[in-house]
Ligand binder design. Structure first.
Ligand SMILES: NC(=O)c1ccc[n+]([C@@H]2O[C@H](COP(=O)([O-])OP(=O)(O)OC[C@H]3O[C@@H](n4cnc5c(N)ncnc54)[C@H](OP(=O)(O)O)[C@@H]3O)[C@@H](O)[C@H]2O)c1
Length: 175
């Protein structure tokens, strides 16, 4: 009997010209870093790259510990959606793709060393998996054929100089 595989769903907030962040300023057009893709009810695990994990952990730990203070990065009081996400991720397993990182402050965080381990995770029982980022991880997992859905929120802005999701990709890749 064929078992349904969990989907790996990537979400990204991009500018009209496809930038995910500006040099030295990050994605300062993003006013809140909540999960805004409508995924929360269908997922029970999150996956991130080693590049963004430490900052992610720091950002959401700040909101979990001091929900009424301005959040790091945005400088704004956390939104209702950010507070909900901060609560949700406290009890949700997080997987970090990394060959180097070995420890995390959150007890629900563990490490994956290879793309094959992500394939194995997709075969485990469970709900879908949210691929939070960052750019290199998302692009490499799309290249590896592991991403089932890509949800983009396009902000009304031409960012100009900045990092794209698909740096140095020269070949067409149907999605
Ligand atoms: N606009 C948005 O919605 C959005 C969302 C999320 C993130 N971001 C941006 O993305 C940036 C972070 O992205 P990033 O590209 O610098 O880093 P990243 O994708 O978070 O992490 C890259 C690291 O992940 C590991 N990795 C990635 N692919 C791998 C593979 N196929 N096999 C094994 N390990 C792999 C490697 O870590 P090791 O060196 O440990 O092996 C690599 O150095 C942040 O600046 C953030 O602003 C934007």
């Amino acid at each position: 009997m064929e078992v349904d595989m969990r989907k790996l769903i990537a979400g990204m907030k991009i500018s009209v010209d496809g930038k995910i962040e500006a040099p030295d300023r990050g994605a300062d057009w993003v006013e809140a870093w909540s999960e805004d893709y409508g995924l929360t009810s269908q997922i029970d695990a999150c996956l991130l790259g080693a590049g963004m994990y430490p900052g992610y952990e720091q950002y959401w730990t700040g909101i979990q510990n001091e929900p009424s203070k301005p959040a790091w990065i945005t400088g704004n009081a956390p939104t209702t959606a950010e507070l909900e996400w901060a609560r949700f991720i406290k009890q949700t397993p997080h997987y970090v793709l990394s060959s180097k990182l070995t420890s995390a402050a959150w007890p629900n965080t563990s490490f994956l060393r290879t793309v094959e381990e992500i394939q194995a995770l997709k075969h485990q029982r469970g709900k879908d998996i949210y691929l939070i980022g960052g750019a290199r991880t998302t692009a490499s997992l799309i290249d590896a054929g592991l991403v089932d859905e890509l949800r983009l929120i396009v902000y009304p802005l031409i960012a100009g100089e900045g990092k794209t999701l698909f740096e140095n990709r020269e070949h067409r890749h149907p999605l």
